[in-house]
Write a protein that binds this ligand. Structure first.
Ligand SMILES: C[S@@+](CC[C@H](N)C(=O)[O-])C[C@H]1O[C@@H](n2cnc3c(N)ncnc32)[C@H](O)[C@@H]1O
Length: 354
């Protein structure tokens, strides 16, 4: 199996290189309005942002920033297939503007934007980002009532385009081979994720301050979402590509991907890691199988039996739907010529257990 991965250095407010209704899944994390690290970026996209901030008008700045994201959401509505899913990772912002502290509810504003474009909201996920330092409560003191709780969670908002789910031909291999294990389903489809950091090993890079600067999410987040909401053969789009975590996840999951990113430096970082992607994909697949085997041992030790066997692996599974699971690993990856970004092609083989 071959997958292709295209990255455009450009502005996602105009996704004209992406055809109408050609994307099955969007997984993305935009710059968060009213988080200071993104002020300059939003001000570059629209000078009205800087004017509002300078005038100390937080509400107006918040709205002007979201107006820029809205233009990207318009494009997503155009490029997604009917029944396609958009997963948007976003956190709220707390900030003092002109001496007044408040929360700017980005998740509510993004939800409203998608609903008004005709998307159906689906149940969302909260994931917890541990802020493990006592400093997080600094300034809150020990006397009521003027302290505020610390925001340690982010949202993964999930939307479906159109009122109906996608349809597949009965028994479609590309869907059944992309099944997940029963115990994965139980973890992944729960609405609070607490263990997403460190589950899958991210690729290390010498210029990891770039990852900080891009506010990259852990690989586990896009990887789970891609496994949950797409099948083999699907294309995943990330219009706010950053360091390319979504593309890495799509590579590991064996889906095609497209990304848009304003900053060319991120692409260079991505290319420096390319040689490590086959090993990453193998380790992701093996980690899943090892965890499944641990689950099997535990369940047997608890006295349960299994009714089904996986066809491609020497392991039992809980349900009939898991029998055809087939994980892949990358055996070859190459960068093709592209004058407007990156263009990559990967060859995937069934996961080797040797
Ligand atoms: C929160 S970061 C995404 C991080 C990414 N999920 C990762 O794991 O590295 C948002 C990214 O969107 C990019 N960006 C912001 N506005 C954009 C636009 N209009 N078009 C393309 N990229 C944009 C920023 O440069 C930044 O890299």
């Amino acid at each position: 199996m071959e997958t292709t991965h295209r990255v455009f250095v450009g502005d996602a407010r105009d996704l004209s290189a992406v055809d109408d209704e050609s994307i099955e899944l969007v997984v993305t994390s935009p710059p968060y309005p009213m988080i200071e690290m993104w002020d300059d970026l939003f001000a570059d996209l629209d000078p009205a942002v800087a004017d509002a901030l300078e005038a100390g008008d937080g509400r107006r700045a918040f709205e002007a920033m979201h107006a820029q994201l809205d233009r990207v959401w318009d494009e997503l509505e155009r490029v997604l297939v009917d029944g396609g899913i958009a997963c948007v990772n976003v956190g709220d912002a707390t900030r003092s503007v002109d001496g007044s502290f408040r929360v700017y509810p980005n998740h509510a504003r993004v939800l409203e934007a998608f609903e008004s474009r005709g998307f159906d909201p689906l149940p969302d996920v909260l994931w917890r980002k541990p802020a493990n330092s006592a400093a997080k409560f600094m300034g809150s003191g020990m006397i009521p009532p003027n302290a505020y709780v610390t925001l340690e969670h982010e949202y993964i908002l999930v939307f479906r385009k159109g009122g109906e789910s996608r349809e597949f031909e009965p028994g479609a291999d590309r869907r059944y081979e992309a099944a997940y294990f029963w115990e994965e389903r139980n973890r992944w489809f729960s609405d609070v994720w607490t263990e997403v950091r460190g589950e899958l090993q991210a690729l290390e890079s010498p210029d990891d301050d770039l990852r900080e600067r891009s506010a990259a999410y852990p690989l586990e987040i896009p990887y789970r979402l891609i496994c949950m909401y797409s099948a083999y053969g699907d294309t995943v789009l990330d219009p706010f590509w950053g360091t390319g975590t979504t593309t890495l996840a799509a590579l590991c999951a064996g889906r095609d991907s497209i990304g848009y990113e304003l900053e060319a430096a991120f692409l260079e970082r991505f290319e420096n890691q390319l040689a490590d992607v086959p090993a990453l994909s193998r380790s992701v697949g093996r980690t899943r199988l090892e965890r499944h085997r641990e689950f099997v041992s535990q369940r047997r030790a608890d006295g349960s039996t299994f009714d089904y066997d996986a066809e491609h692996y020497d392991t039992p599974v809980v349900t009939k739907m898991e029998r055809n699971i087939r994980l892949r690993e990358i055996t070859e990856i190459e960068a093709l010529e592209a004058d407007d970004g990156g263009d990559y092609r990967a060859i995937h083989e069934p996961l080797s257990l040797e």
